[in-house]
Design a protein around this ligand. Sequence first.
Ligand SMILES: [Zn+2]
Length: 102
Amino acid sequence: MIVRKVIDPYIAYLEEKRNHLMARRESKLEILREGGERALLHSRHDITRIDFALLRIDKKQYGLCPDCGCEIEEARLTSVPETVFCASCQSDRDKKNKHFRH
Ligand SMILES: [Zn+2]
């Protein structure tokens, strides 16, 4: 169930950003030249996040945090539409992920 009234702007934004990233991915060499292997990995990660957000929209669960089930703050969705977790779950994840970073 979707609580948010208008998600069309988010869908438009996400699809546009996805197209942009896909176009960049096609020129992998360009990305490698610009930012090295890490930049390439990062770009792949962005697409995964966007795909996940679009999937959540598809399932009409966009705007709900899959970890705790609460509604994600409107301001957060507006500034980072590809976010799927609420602020507190995201920061928990960031803390955990830090262990895998160099
Ligand atoms: Zn949450």
